[in-house]
Design a protein around this ligand. Structure first.
Ligand SMILES: *[C@@H]1O[C@H](CO)[C@@H](O)[C@H](O)[C@H]1NC(C)=O
Ligand SMILES: *[C@@H]1O[C@H](CO)[C@@H](O)[C@H](O)[C@H]1NC(C)=O
Ligand SMILES: *[C@@H]1O[C@H](CO)[C@@H](O)[C@H](O)[C@H]1NC(C)=O
Length: 348
């Protein structure tokens, strides 16, 4: 399809047969560096320092691999493909209030994932439903550097200039240390289908500069595509995939957030469009019992997932399995499939 695959992150820990399985993934993903050396956040510029307080870098085992967007004090939105081969919840952390990845900034809030809800119908060959919700701890403290994004209305169909942001690759094959932004026109899905054919669904949204040269790129995956309306940034997309970065005639493809509002609500039990954040630690409401049950079943299923993971993919050397295998095995033995299914942890 294009340039050589050039694994530079955790993928190189894996044996060859696992890498082979990942190749399909790498070809499409903007999370992984299937890139030529000259690819970058094409045509972008450094973002103003607190211009995008809802975007955060997503780190896996402490390594920056993707991005995510704050939608609540305890919830982030990202791309499902960012965890297609690494599904251990404790490996994900996020640095809110980040601008320069290299510097320790006093605006930073480091949070860890405690739950992840990947779309069960995420399709690795088409990137349909490339969306995941992370629940994080501790809850974020909102201020001018750390804020939730505004969600679109369900029927919002943005037309005009959109802005992906992220810490993706820059010139000369080094990735950006500072948050970058770039303005790109949204194009119609019909136009997008001309090149990506049956990989474009109405749950996706595409953006392309006519002459090329402007795009999101590798490691921007999972991060936001914003659209400015009445002076407010609305989160209209999640960076998902594309052929190369900024190649003339090849749009960047994003998950269309407005199509997933219902999924987000049903999956998490949280209404993210409600005004204001839920106070952290607030008592469970009407659906409290259900939530407690969900949490219980979820932790069992996470253990199960962890068990499956340790069986399938050798771990990065930094991480020892420890006694969790035994716990995971026990959880798996007792995992009621009826409890697991609603949360779809066991998909794939
Ligand atoms: C953020 O927290 C995670 C999980 O506790 C940890 O692995 C990581 O090193 C922390 N990052 C920084 C920069 O402190
Ligand atoms: C993914 O999509 C392709 C193309 O539509 C389809 O053939 C395949 O069965 C899908 N895979 C899953 C797991 O749904
Ligand atoms: C990329 O590398 C070339 C040659 O090494 C250098 O002249 C140029 O300034 C570099 N560009 C950036 C953005 O670092």
């Amino acid at each position: 399809m294009k340039s050589p695959i050039n694994p530079k992150n955790i993928v190189w820990f894996l044996p060859t047969f696992v890498k082979t399985l990942l190749v399909l993934d790498l070809l499409l993903a903007k999370c992984e560096p299937a890139v030529a050396a000259d690819e970058k956040i094409v045509g972008g510029q450094e973002a103003p320092k607190n211009g995008y307080p809802s975007v955060v870098p997503l780190n896996i085992w402490g390594y920056h691999e993707c991005a995510a967007t704050i939608i609540h004090q305890e919830w982030l939105l990202s791309a499902a493909h960012c965890l297609s081969y690494n599904a251990e919840v404790e490996s994900f952390s996020f640095m809110a209030g980040e601008h320069n990845l290299q510097l320790k900034e006093d605006t930073e809030q480091n949070v860890t994932a405690i739950q992840m809800l990947r779309h069960t119908k995420f399709n690795l060959s088409t990137y349909e439903n490339d969306i995941v919700l992370f629940k994080i701890t501790p809850p974020l403290k909102f201020n001018k550097y750390v804020q939730k994004a505004l969600l679109p209305d369900p029927d919002f169909n943005p037309v005009g200039i959109s802005t992906p942001v992220g810490w993706g690759k820059t010139d000369n094959s080094s990735r950006s240390q500072v948050l970058m932004e770039v303005d790109i026109p949204i194009i119609t899905n019909e136009k997008c289908k001309e090149v990506y054919k049956d990989k474009i669904f109405d749950t996706k949204i595409c953006a392309m500069e006519e002459d090329g040269g402007k795009d999101s790129c590798n490691r921007d995956s999972g991060g936001p595509l914003y659209f400015k309306k009445d002076g407010k940034q609305i989160l209209v997309g999640i960076t998902s995939h594309g052929n190369g970065c900024g190649l003339k005639g090849w749009p960047g493809v994003y998950t269309r957030v407005s199509k997933f509002l219902q999924w987000m609500k049903e999956t998490s039990g949280v209404d993210f469009t409600a005004d204001g954040p839920a106070p952290p630690g607030s008592k469970p409401g009407k659906s409290g019992i259900r939530k407690i049950f969900m949490n219980l079943a979820e932790s069992v299923c996470n253990q199960h997932q962890k068990y499956k993971q340790t069986q399938k993919i050798p771990k990065p050397v930094r991480k020892k399995p420890g006694s969790s295998i035994k716990a995971g095995y026990l959880a798996w033995k007792t995992c009621p499939s009826s409890a697991c299914n609603p949360f779809k942890f066991l998909q794939s």
